[in-house]
Design a protein around this ligand. Structure first.
Ligand code: SAM
Length: 286
């Protein structure tokens, strides 16, 4: 029912339930009728699939997901939306709403319990205030999912999908590329939301790799090195790593030499393989 993206219908519905938008929960609901069917289609889920959604709002995307997938489980934190969702999704028998905070719930357990033996996609119009930490959580927990398709602010989309070795690349982009092959699917203007945010958005899809992009001696150390290198991104690696990892500069210089990386380079100039070599060279030292 594309009615859920009709402004008059949404206004009536929210008024009837006495609902007011919460800015702090990142509540900007989609009212552009073309966006949700496109997201549902491009998340890659089919009838045998399970889809985990985060933040259904009034269920506009949930409804489209229920048409393409076998089962949809949707986590919503704001309990004021439960009676609304009960009404809007009353005819979607393959949808289950789970109350709770997506940052705290045990997602692995939920996926195992709700989608046994099924391929799983995550699809969501994310509340902007938890975009990066939530995506990092989804990736770091190595959840058994094939794709993560999310609407995020345009700037975040650019940052998350920036390839290593490019100016826009940061610690989060490096982490995303380690676990997934990211792609920007399409842009969505700010006018597509109610209330309209101050910035445009984009839908990105992270195609989860079967194996991480590089093999490492110590994954934890790799992420420490990435964080330290990008933490002071204007500094040379020699300085940023020495400060960020609390190691003497000579040790960093020796590791750079072993990894065949110029200590005068900056984090954004390194490929994933170079960053991995550097972390491996530091492995004995930390
Ligand atoms: N999917 C709807 C749409 O596209 O119109 C709503 C998207 S709105 C950007 C974000 C949704 O996430 C809201 O429904 C909000 O209440 C919910 N939310 C915010 N923080 C959350 C959290 N920590 N866990 C689960 N849901 C959350």
């Amino acid at each position: 029912m594309s009615e859920l993206s009709n402004i008059a219908v949404v206004r009536n519905l929210l008024e009837k339930h006495g609902f007011h938008f919460s800015k702090s929960l990142g509540q900007n609901f989609l009212i552009n009728p073309s966006v949700c069917p496109k997201m549902a289609e491009q998340c890659g889920a089919g009838k045998e699939w399970g889809v985990l959604e985060i933040g259904p709002g009034i269920g506009v995307l949930t409804m489209e997901l229920s048409k393409v997938a076998g089962k949809v489980v949707s986590i919503e934190l704001d309990q004021r939306l439960f009676p609304v969702l009960e009404e809007t999704l009353s005819e979607c028998s393959n949808v289950k709403i789970l109350p709770g905070d997506a940052m705290r719930l045990d997602l692995k357990e939920i996926l195992e319990k709700e989608f046994p033996g099924m391929p799983v996609a995550i699809c969501a119009n994310l509340p902007y205030y938890i975009t990066s930490p939530l995506i990092m959580r989804l990736l770091e927990e190595k959840l058994p999912v094939q794709t993560i398709t999310v609407m995020v602010q345009k700037e975040a989309a650019e940052r998350l999908c920036a390839p290593p070795g490019s100016r826009a690349c940061g610690a989060v982009s490096m982490a995303v590329q380690y676990y997934a092959r990211p792609e920007v699917l399409f842009s969505v203007s700010r006018g597509s939301f109610m209330p309209a945010p101050n910035v445009d958005s984009a839908v990105i899809r992270l195609n989860i790799r079967k194996e991480p992009a590089v093999s490492l001696k110590d994954e934890k150390l790799f992420f420490k090195v990435v964080k330290a290198a990008f933490g002071q991104r204007r500094k040379t690696l020699g300085n940023s790593l020495s400060a960020g990892l609390s190691l003497p500069k000579e040790q960093i210089l020796a590791a750079c030499e072993e990894a065949k990386i110029a200590p005068t380079a900056r984090a954004e100039q390194l490929t994933m393989e170079e960053m991995a070599r550097l972390a491996d060279s530091l492995c004995r030292d930390t």
